[in-house]
Design a protein around this ligand. Structure first.
Ligand SMILES: Nc1ncnc2c1ncn2[C@@H]1O[C@H](COP(=O)(O)OP(=O)(O)OP(=O)(O)O)[C@@H](O)[C@H]1O
Length: 653
């Protein structure tokens, strides 16, 4: 791989920084002294920076992250990402924001403040690598605050781990390094020749492993790495310690496992940590919730929190916390018709309402609700309305519809945010899609809506995009959704599918069954009879169509569909065919052979009876001619004949 070295690279970085977004440092002003860290995303050096102004000339110590050499063809792109990520410091207190950029020996150098060391260093110095719980809680809230600042600024951290948490001279923790994995997203690391991951394997969330396929990554992705770091501080060793990246991938991504959470944590922290390890990032808490748990570790909820109650199993209810009665007990008022106030003693089973509805939000009654709990006018079903008021005192939501003067009351569980007819969870087709990633393929144009925003934009996850697409719903049209259990096949016009797809008799694409759907709409497909594919089969929802018996034309297609429905159809049909053939064979052979057999049998019986008769008669060895007994025993013949006739008749019946 050709790398951009020396002057060329210098010029490229300088040009990028001339936009004023990055502060350029002359290479001669930066002296690298010795290395203090080594990681996947480059080495960290202790360095001195020469500062000279008109009346001041001095040196001060800094830390420098020396990034791996950049491949020549991607340097422009990486520098653009650089600018986007580190543009003008927003003055975040909890984050170690880079102070400048330079180039040394053809490698980009990020210059940052020199801290006392990292939490990783502190753990290495402490007994059994562990930290004390009060310290963990204090550092945890510092860090949650830092990550929240970063998220509010629009950036992801992605590589949260104790070695990247730095301690200042007041023993406060800050997020030391952030966003670096995003710079290299999709580029091979020039130095090692292998793909750089979107983080460090032991701390990576399922969607981080292959964000193109299993994405998107979003703010809640950081929750996983944060929780892994807390576990490491408690236990003294990192999650999945001693396992290779492949093993961790198999556990976290394929088998859906998560690190186990130690017992004995304060209630709120234990609950939040459990939430951080949800497989689907949409179910994880955001950093506001994480910060709340670490600042009040023994309080699950505070007064005024909206909570979702699934306690009774059957129906979900939304309520507001009226009073905190104890670590696990709250006084709750439901927002439904009854407006009941109850004491809830199992508050750890309640969940914060993650995306609460606000005044001004556009909503509709969920189509699945046949009879709303409040008296909702039938004509308003499916129509969009604006939330006019939320009466927190009495837990009442009021909605106003454009065509109506009246204000209608609503149960928040029964309404959903809507934007131009689109709600979260809808499958959509993006009318014009363009590539924004490094992959050769453009992202799929079929995706799933994840968020409906107040600014009338929606966030959609598309396969092939590592992050959510944000835009106006005007560019989207709704599609009927795929679902688990459905049968799919590649569309006729697809000749080169995004993922491998098995061929039948090396000629036709096989029909598969959807066994799972990833958050970005990527379909996990099973093919009957094809049990052994460690990587699994995937499908781009844009490239496949649903198959049902009724959509199959002709008997052969219908049979093939049946065959696709279960691997055992063919062997069962073969077995049935064989049994039927065997049965027919038996019947036919009976039909043909029976008269002969009957004849033979009758002859045999005749002979044996004759013999018996002979035996019963006094020995008279005179030959029998023409069926007539010679001598005086002819009286026996009619009786024998009678017996024979009778037996033969019985036999044939
Ligand atoms: N700004 C800084 N001030 C003081 N020490 C620092 C600073 N940045 C990093 N370090 C030191 O460097 C160590 C981490 O180095 P580095 O970031 O290169 O490794 P890593 O975090 O494992 O790698 P990566 O972040 O690439 O995955 C920290 O444990 C700390 O000792």
């Amino acid at each position: 791989m050709e790398q951009l070295l020396g002057e060329d690279f210098n010029d490229a970085v300088q040009a990028a920084s001339s936009s004023g977004l990055l502060s350029w440092v002359e290479p001669d002003d930066l002296k690298l002294k010795h290395r203090i860290g080594r990681g996947l995303f480059g080495d960290t050096w202790l360095a001195t920076l020469h500062n000279s102004t008109e009346d001041f000339d001095g040196f001060h110590e800094v830390a420098v992250k020396v990034l791996p050499p950049l491949p020549k063809d991607q340097v422009g792109l990486i520098l653009r990402r650089f600018e986007r990520l580190y543009c003008a410091s927003p003055g975040l207190k909890g984050v170690n924001w880079p102070q400048g950029i330079s180039v040394k020996d053809g490698k980009a150098c990020l210059i940052t403040k020199l801290y006392e060391g990292s939490l990783g260093d502190k753990m290495a110095r402490s007994a059994r690598n562990k930290l004390l719980l009060p310290d963990i809680i204090r550092y945890g809230s510092d860090l949650a605050r830092g990550v929240l600042e970063l998220h509010l600024h629009g950036s992801l951290a992605l590589n949260l781990k104790p070695c990247n948490f730095l301690l200042d001279d007041q023993d406060r923790a800050v997020v030391g390094e952030f966003g670096l994995p995003l710079l290299f997203l999709g580029t091979p690391a020039a130095s090692s020749g292998h793909l750089i991951w979107l983080g460090t394997p032991n701390y990576m969330a399922p969607e981080q492993w292959d964000a193109h396929v299993r994405g998107p990554i979003h703010f809640e992705t950081d929750a996983w790495g944060f929780a892994c770091s807390i576990i490491e501080m408690i236990g003294g060793f990192k999650p999945w310690d001693g396992m290779s990246a492949e093993e961790i991938f198999s556990r976290v991504v394929v088998r859906g496992q998560s690190p186990s959470i130690p017992a004995g944590l304060p209630v709120a922290i234990f609950k939040i940590m459990k939430g951080c390890f949800e497989y689907d990032y949409r179910k994880r808490p955001n950093f506001e919730e994480i910060l709340a748990a670490f600042t009040s570790p023994n309080v699950l909820f505070k007064e005024g929190d909206w909570v979702v109650d699934n306690l009774w199993g059957h129906s979900t209810r939304i309520g507001i916390v009226k009073k905190v009665l104890g670590p696990e007990a709250v006084l709750l008022q439901y927002c439904d018709k009854l407006g009941e106030t109850v004491v809830c003693n199992g508050a750890s089973k309640l969940n914060l309402w993650k995306n609460p509805i606000h005044v001004g939000d556009m909503v509709r009654v969920k189509p699945t609700i046949a009879i709303p709990r409040f008296s909702w006018h039938q004509n308003l079903q499916g129509i969009e309305g604006a939330v006019a008021e939320i009466d927190k005192q009495n837990s009442i939501f009021s909605v106003k519809f454009s065509g109506s003067k009246e204000v209608w009351q609503a149960d928040p569980v029964e309404i959903e945010l809507i934007c131009s007819g689109i709600v979260a969870g809808d499958w959509v087709l993006r009318k014009e899609s363009g590539s924004t990633s490094l992959a050769q393929r453009t992202p799929s144009s079929v995706g799933i809506v994840h968020h409906v925003q107040q600014d009338a934009n929606v966030k959609v996850a598309f396969l092939g995009r590592e992050t959510l697409w944000t835009g106006s719903p005007a560019g989207l049209s709704k599609l009927s959704p795929f679902c688990v259990g459905q049968f799919v096949k590649l569309k006729n016009e697809v000749s080169n599918p995004r993922f491998d797809w098995p061929l039948k008799k090396n000629t036709f694409w096989e029909t598969g069954k959807v066994s799972g759907i990833l958050p970005n709409g990527c379909l996990i497909v099973d093919f009957p009879g094809r049990l052994f594919n460690s990587k699994g089969w995937f499908a781009d929802p844009q490239e496949v169509e649903a198959v049902t018996l009724s959509t199959c034309h002709g008997l052969i297609e219908k049979y093939e569909h049946l065959e696709a429905m279960h691997w055992s159809i063919r062997p069962i049909l073969c077995l049935l065919g064989f049994l039927a053939a065997a049965r027919v064979g038996t019947v036919v052979s009976k039909q043909i052979l029976q008269p002969v057999a009957k004849k033979k049998k009758s002859t045999a019986k005749e002979v044996s009876l004759t013999k018996q008769v002979e035996l019963q008669t006094p020995t008279n060895h005179e030959p029998v001619a023409d069926g007539k007994q010679t001598g005086g025993q002819t009286w026996l013949l009619p009786a024998v004949a009678n017996v024979l006739f009778k037996e033969g008749g019985n036999n044939s019946s």
